[in-house]
Design a protein around this ligand. Structure first.
Ligand SMILES: *[C@@H]1O[C@H](CO)[C@@H](O)[C@H](O)[C@H]1NC(C)=O
Ligand SMILES: *[C@@H]1O[C@H](CO)[C@@H](O)[C@H](O)[C@H]1NC(C)=O
Ligand SMILES: *[C@@H]1O[C@H](CO)[C@@H](O)[C@H](O)[C@H]1NC(C)=O
Ligand SMILES: *[C@@H]1O[C@H](CO)[C@@H](O)[C@H](O)[C@H]1NC(C)=O
Ligand SMILES: *[C@@H]1O[C@H](CO)[C@@H](O)[C@H](O)[C@H]1NC(C)=O
Ligand SMILES: *[C@@H]1O[C@H](CO)[C@@H](O)[C@H](O)[C@H]1NC(C)=O
Ligand SMILES: *[C@@H]1O[C@H](CO)[C@@H](O)[C@H](O)[C@H]1NC(C)=O
Ligand SMILES: *[C@@H]1O[C@H](CO)[C@@H](O)[C@H](O)[C@H]1NC(C)=O
Ligand SMILES: *[C@@H]1O[C@H](CO)[C@@H](O)[C@H](O)[C@H]1NC(C)=O
Length: 492
């Protein structure tokens, strides 16, 4: 599903106006207004009353009201340390050696619960209440209160532009004769207006001060090598990079409602599951992933976690994944988007980037039906890229009758059914051996009709063969837009 935080990704843009920079503030305000106005087009009020979106967004405080309450002291803000989020990255092997993708974000977290000199906990609690919708932070268990404060202060981080980042890489799992490899990469550009750098850079083959090429040769190994990544700018930038040889399998998985229980199709639950409760894995998914991790030790799979949750929430997602699932690289929603089109194409861009980087690896794409961009982009990628081997989608309706979210299967029309499977529970995936080319469990019977499913009021768009006409698209897409629009309206 669209992460609940995706909706909230609009918030920091407007809260960044707490930093005095009039030009930037005007730009941000205009951008937000453009986005919201763009989204408002075509939304039908009846979609709301049909129950796609419960009315819990009513009566929420507006962002400017919250921002005023923050009362951030400028001198304290100036002194607060710059922090760096380094996305765990991947590298492909080229004729010039390893080509490493690095995506980093520099920010300050003025509402950090570790530093109450800038805002008080009472202020942070008021901000947290916005994300808890009908709940008050005082109604939560103490550890849930901590979670809510933690994620709220992360989501309200303020991007830092013009920061020079450097990265020190060291071999994480020293193999024989490899232990002395380290490299320093000074990023060629400074962080942009949204605090980000993102790109590929060639890693040196020889260690600093050394003569021998002691980093693994990607054409000579099937093993994945993990590097430690540090930045001198901040201790918070510790991360990993994965050197991935050209051939083998990459399991690319979404996170919300497939690896963890989010229930965004029930927004109040989605917010509580994200902002208050501890993250919980979905059934025995971790067991399946652990099996796959060990399935082909001679040519291990790589795991890439691709969620469109906003960058600000990445640390919580990484902490959860790394303590329940195999280590791997990550993509989350970059801040660097401004138009509605870009907003909706983030998953497409990120999926295509990794598919293009590993043209000879076979990809298994995993997600769920409540995520409209997964439903569109996974089959589109399978049609456009030969290296997509399988698509595995959890049919959320089969295990949760409270899922009222419509989804469109028409993207799968024309795709070989041997390539994809709609499944019910993790056990349906048990024993699938991707290295041997498995994609489907023969005992799972999924009969797919192409078109909108799970529409409110039992509308059946399969009738008469009209499966993806404009009226249907309007209903489904506007379901998503209503959610975003509603968030946007109270932000205004
Ligand atoms: C807390 O904020 C002060 C400035 O108000 C800063 O000097 C200090 O380094 C910060 N401490 C931490 C742990 O972030
Ligand atoms: C490690 O280095 C030693 C001495 O240079 C060499 O004999 C040995 O073959 C090397 N081992 C590997 C796995 O490269
Ligand atoms: C952000 O987008 C702008 C405009 O497309 C581009 O120039 C810039 O390089 C991007 N920054 C990052 C970090 O991708
Ligand atoms: C990051 O790594 C450095 C170098 O190993 C270490 O000194 C530091 O404590 C680490 N920081 C955190 C927050 O773990
Ligand atoms: C806050 O969240 C970060 C990232 O998930 C985590 O490392 C940290 O331990 C959390 N702090 C508390 C007090 O929960
Ligand atoms: C490595 O990745 C880059 C960036 O996606 C891509 O342009 C290039 O073709 C890839 N090289 C190989 C050999 O796969
Ligand atoms: C998902 O499950 C529901 C409920 O069992 C079913 O009606 C629907 O056809 C399934 N969708 C797909 C794409 O298999
Ligand atoms: C297929 O699905 C069934 C039902 O969930 C499960 O019991 C079985 O382990 C799965 N795997 C295989 C290889 O049959
Ligand atoms: C929807 O219409 C199709 C085609 O007429 C039919 O096969 C299917 O059973 C209908 N589904 C529902 C839920 O009524």
């Amino acid at each position: 599903m669209l992460s609940p935080l995706f909706l909230l990704s609009l918030i920091p843009i407007s809260l960044a106006s707490a930093v005095p920079n009039i030009a930037e503030r005007e730009l941000q305000r205009r951008t937000l207004a453009d986005v919201v106005n763009g989204l408002a087009n075509g939304i039908s009020v009846s979609d709301i009353t049909q129950g796609i979106l419960p009315d819990f967004f009513d009566n929420l405080p507006r962002a400017d009201q919250i921002a005023n309450k923050f009362n951030i002291n400028n001198a304290a803000y100036d002194q607060a340390p710059v922090e760096v989020l380094n996305m765990p990255g991947y590298a492909n092997w080229t004729s010039n050696g390893w080509n490493w993708r690095m995506h980093a974000w520099a920010y300050k977290q003025p509402m950090s619960i570790n530093n109450q000199s800038i805002v008080s906990q009472a202020v942070l609690d008021r901000a947290a209440n916005v994300f808890l919708a009908k709940f008050d932070i005082n109604q939560l268990q103490p550890h849930e209160q901590q979670n809510a404060r933690n994620l709220t202060s992360a989501v309200l981080a303020i991007p830092q532009s013009d920061v020079q980042l450097d990265f020190l890489l060291t071999l994480q799992t020293p193999q024989q004769n490899l232990s002395s490899w380290t490299a320093q990469v000074v990023w060629p550009t400074r962080t942009d207006a949204r605090g980000e750098v993102d790109g590929f850079v060639q890693l040196p083959l020889v260690p600093r001060g050394g003569e021998q090429p002691w980093i693994p040769d990607g054409s000579q190994t099937h093993q994945i090598t993990r590097l430690d990544v540090h930045t001198s700018v901040s201790n918070s930038g510790n991360s990993s990079a994965y050197l991935i040889p050209p051939e083998g399998v990459i399991i690319l998985s979404d996170i919300d409602d497939i690896l963890r229980v989010t229930k965004i199709y029930n927004p109040q639950e989605g917010l509580l599951n994200t902002f208050a409760r501890d993250f919980v894995p979905w059934e025995n998914m971790p067991e399946l992933f652990a099996d796959w991790k060990g399935q082909h030790p001679e040519q291990p799979y790589h795991f890439h976690y691709l969620s469109t949750t906003p960058e600000q929430a990445t640390r919580a997602y990484i902490d959860f994944i790394y303590s329940n699932y195999p280590l791997g690289s990550f993509d989350t929603r970059p801040l660097n988007f401004t138009t509605v089109e870009q907003t909706f194409s983030v998953r497409k861009l990120l999926v295509e980037k990794i598919l293009q980087t590993f043209p000879n690896r076979r990809f298994v794409l995993i997600g769920d039906t409540t995520n409209s961009d997964v439903m569109q982009e996974y089959p589109a990628a399978a049609k456009a890229y030969k290296n997509v081997m399988c698509i595995l989608l959890r049919n959320v309706s089969q295990t949760d009758s409270t899922n009222r979210f419509p989804y469109d299967t028409s993207g799968f029309r024309g795709l070989d059914q041997a390539m994809y499977m709609f499944f019910r529970t993790p056990n349906d995936l048990k024993g699938l051996n991707f290295g041997n080319g498995d994609c489907r469990n023969a005992s799972v019977r999924d009969t797919v009709t192409f078109g909108w499913q799970n529409l409110p009021g039992g509308i059946n768009t399969s009738k008469g063969g009209s499966t993806s006409g404009a009226p249907n698209r309007r209903v489904g897409l506007s379901g998503v837009l209503v959610v975003m629009g509603a968030v946007g309206w109270w932000l205004m």
